[in-house]
Write a protein that binds this ligand. Sequence first.
Ligand code: MN
Length: 245
Amino acid sequence: MRILISNDDGYLAPGINALAAALAPIADIVVVAPDSNRSGASNSLSLDRPLSVQQAANGFYFVNGTPTDCVHVALTGILDFVPDLVVSGINNGPNMGDDTLYSGTVAAATEGYLFGIPAIAFSQGTYGWEHIDDAARHARDIVERYFAALPRPYLLNVNIPNRPYEQLTSVVATRLGRRHQAEPVIKAKDPRGKDIYWIGPPGATKDAGEGTDFHACAHGLTSITPLQIDLTHKTQLDALSKALA
Ligand code: MN
């Protein structure tokens, strides 16, 4: 098996290093990741400048671009083969509910999926890398268990609780939860007195009920949500068609 690995926390992040180390024994791996932390990059492509690709001493490729740039460049410019699987992560912190729209971790996997390749995004339920090697070993189990089990291509969003490996025993299929609207920006002054704004934290969970990713992870279960890309609002399409008729 040949696996392309990317992330949004950058090629030096503990999460991608743990994931690469865990997958190396079961696959030929290629790592192509951003040169710095690009969390929140969503599916952005850099169209206003060229991208450069460098290779670190450990063989990882790093790119001065977004997660989507990395997978796009890897699939169309670096690799001379089509990988069997694209994996992204392991992200520092959760990517659940509405967060998945902003996530660079999910976006890297999505780019593989858009090229018709099975893809899995991995995130840890809590920030801070606690038990990251356990999460990576668990991620390898998931790849081994489910890689061939689903119709292709698929796009899976996986959130793993920060727990010792022995306690990562339950994996459940979930739907995305929902959040309330985000907290406001945080206004401050730069050293020259000019107004600046920090993007504030995400909103509190609104739908975190049973069956959601939020609910599973909060109860110590590994959450897997199958994602799709078609944003069409099917029922409104009918209403719109009638309104325009
Ligand atoms: Mn991140």
